[in-house]
Design a protein around this ligand. Sequence first.
Ligand SMILES: C[S@@+](CC[C@H](N)C(=O)[O-])C[C@H]1O[C@@H](n2cnc3c(N)ncnc32)[C@H](O)[C@@H]1O
Length: 264
Amino acid sequence: MADDAWASLADRFADEAYASVKGYVRTYVMHHQLMEHLPPAPARVLDVGGGAGHQSFPLAELGYQVTLLDPSQTMLGKARQRLERLSPDAQRRVTFLQADGENASAATEGQPFDAVLCHGVLGYLDEPAPMVNQLCQCAAPGGVVSIMTGNARAAAVRPALERRWGDALASFDARTEIGVLGVQGRADTVDEISQLMRQRQVEPVRWYGVWLFVDWLEFGGAQLDPSDSEQVAATAAVELEASRRDPYRAVSRVFHLVGRKRSA
Ligand SMILES: C[S@@+](CC[C@H](N)C(=O)[O-])C[C@H]1O[C@@H](n2cnc3c(N)ncnc32)[C@H](O)[C@@H]1O
């Protein structure tokens, strides 16, 4: 494993980003999309690059057996702190593993999972194929593979909304940008990741956008109040609907692709 590159980002991501309206929308929308595909609990879920557990801990509360794999000691520390807030039963259903996702199959000793999640990770890797390979390998026949990553087709959205017109013009064919956490990120397309899945026995089933209007508002300078629970709930409901439909999903800066592994 490389040095803990996420040590300096852990607080900003796990505490600050998730405390924002965008963070709430991300978890809410992704959870609803996932639940359209997951088998009923109890089922085995592997969360690769699971970070502080924002996406998989709610699944543990619902009765799923969660293995959270992440190379970052700091992120795993955050996850362990957050685990204490779960019910005792849910806590017992979570296992932590420190490893790179590119070694997920060996790290989990080849056990098959009913669902393999990889959310917000591919963009930090030089290329997606080795990771997608492991995700597909870890899924049981009939199991779900859920990938969320940056949408290369919507690269101009952020610089344009921030009125960085030169950057926006240059971004249409770009694959990398300095992301909101201040580190370089790489974006992919739904077609490319679908193709990588297909080559590894996983059939793409459906894809979604994730957040949209909250991005436009925040990059445009609006302040969104995460303590206004009525507004936040109304926002999340609109975002969920937009995430499922054209043309909205196509211009979300992030996409969520769900596939299912072919039965043997
Ligand atoms: C943006 S966070 C996403 C965390 C979590 N999936 C979520 O959606 O809240 C990115 C995570 O990817 C992890 N990561 C970075 N490189 C990785 C790799 N090669 N394999 C697995 N995880 C990795 C980081 O440690 C960090 O926890």
